[in-house]
Design a protein around this ligand. Structure first.
Ligand SMILES: Nc1nc2c(ncn2[C@@H]2O[C@H](COP(=O)(O)OP(=O)(O)OP(=O)(O)O)[C@@H](O)[C@H]2O)c(=O)[nH]1
Length: 392
């Protein structure tokens, strides 16, 4: 399962974003939570469930279905606030960087209201564009630190043995960077690493970061009156990034109000359940949140997760079944599992994902919606329901 890391300077709303993402939605509240430590939580990527179009009642097992929407669990890590020079150990720098190794994609959380300085202290007119620049620089310098550890010895040995790719892949293995990604980056540079200048090493680090750690920008505190102009600035400056306006605070408040039974909230709009049970303060707060949702169409928090999985990490959702007629498993559970797989994954890749032995003894697969037999190397499409036939 891919892991998302929340990255940002202190006080931008990372913890609020994390809590809003990992807060149990009332209707799926009995989901078995797998909090591994306080900073790692389960969130959900969403997808319209095929049960709706197939007119079936599904009985999910590894995920949940609520009003025709499938909620597929994913992991999110909230890392300590990052301050300038974190890569040199400033602030909680080292702890932060250690936690980040596991993440496959990052969400850069910035304070779009501009009310916090680079260290996270209260301020006026801070430019969030500068926040993103410093965060990217810290990430590059973090990778640079790992890349250049014992550099003289490593580059000499790699050059003598003509095995630069292997040496660098090993050096960077803890960062979850693949050999293919390392290859794509270093082929642009002189094949003799001993000739690399400090500037080359920084450029290699930046390119490794770009190749291996896709990112989106969460322009948080979008509810603040000063946020709009800063969000435009971020979009203008970082054209290669997706900038998603978010209000973690409103998302969290909405989920809490829903849990308390005050509202019905579906992620896009809300409805007060019983106006007569509310006091004036509650009415005002809920009206404010409703007008925010009407204006923006959501708080952006669910968009962050979906965009991270579907656009950044290029994933699709497929549903393995054992009975292609009834779309169920052996026990009769209808559409029991939803799997996130990389776009381009084949029927055989799915078989391996279910179980190594099922992959090894793969015979053929069936597209259950079309009732068509498909071969091992057939690429899967988003929403496919697949039966794997295996000798296992
Ligand atoms: N207006 C507004 N305020 C927010 C939002 N999200 C968080 N805040 C406020 O911003 C402050 C900091 O939020 P945290 O979630 O603690 O920030 P953090 O980035 O985790 O901070 P550190 O733990 O110091 O790294 C709190 O006062 C929050 O209530 C938001 O979407 N809108």
């Amino acid at each position: 399962m891919a892991i998302l890391g929340l990255v940002g300077k202190p006080n931008v709303g990372k913890s609020t974003t994390f809590n809003a993402m990992t807060e149990k939605i009332a209707d799926i509240g009995n989901y078995p939570f797998t909090t591994i430590n306080p900073n790692i939580g389960t969130s959900f990527v969403t997808k319209p469930c095929p049960c709706d179009t197939l007119n079936l009642k599904c009985t999910p097992n590894n995920s949940k279905c609520f009003s025709g929407m499938r909620y597929i669990p994913v992991e999110v890590i909230d890392v300590a606030g990052l301050v300038p020079d974190a890569h040199k150990g400033k602030g909680m720098g080292n702890k932060f960087l250690d936690d980040l190794r596991q993440a496959d994609a990052f969400i850069l959380v910035v304070d779009a209201s501009g009310k916090t300085d680079l260290e996270g202290n209260p301020s006026e007119n801070n430019d969030p564009v500068e926040d993103v620049k410093f965060l990217l620089n810290e990430l590059d310098m973090w990778i640079h630190g790992i890349l250049t550890k014992n550099w003289e010895r490593l580059s000499r040995k790699a050059q003598q043995e003509k095995n630069l790719l292997k040496a660098l892949s090993e050096q960077l293995s803890g960062l979850n960077i693949s050999e293919n990604q390392v290859f794509a980056v270093i082929k642009e540079f002189d094949e003799s690493p001993m000739k690399w200048t400090e500037e080359d090493l920084i450029n290699v680090s930046t390119n490794l970061r770009k190749a291996s750690k896709p990112m989106i920008i969460a322009a948080n505190k979008a509810d603040h009156p000063d946020a709009e102009k800063n969000i435009e600035k971020l979009k203008e400056e970082f054209k290669d990034f997706l900038v998603i306006p978010t209000s973690a605070e409103i998302e969290l408040a909405l989920k809490n109000a829903q849990k308390a039974g005050l509202i019905k909230y579906d992620g896009k709009s809300m409805e007060v359940l019983d106006e007569s049970s509310l006091n004036d303060a509650q009415k005002n707060a809920l009206n404010y949140m409703k007008s925010y949702l009407d204006k923006f169409g959501g708080t952006g928090i669910q968009d962050l997760i979906n965009v991270a999985y579907y656009d950044l990490l290029d994933m699709i959702v497929v549903y393995p079944v054992e009975d292609e007629g009834k779309f169920c498993d052996k026990k009769g559970n209808v559409l029991p599992d939803a799997y996130l797989v990389k776009k381009g994954a084949t029927a055989k890749d799915l078989a391996f994902k279910i179980h190594t032995e099922i992959g090894q003894k793969f015979i053929y697969a069936v597209d259950a919606k079309k009732k068509l037999r498909i071969s091992a190397d057939q690429e899967l499409n988003d929403g496919d329901i697949i039966k794997i036939v295996s000798a296992a």
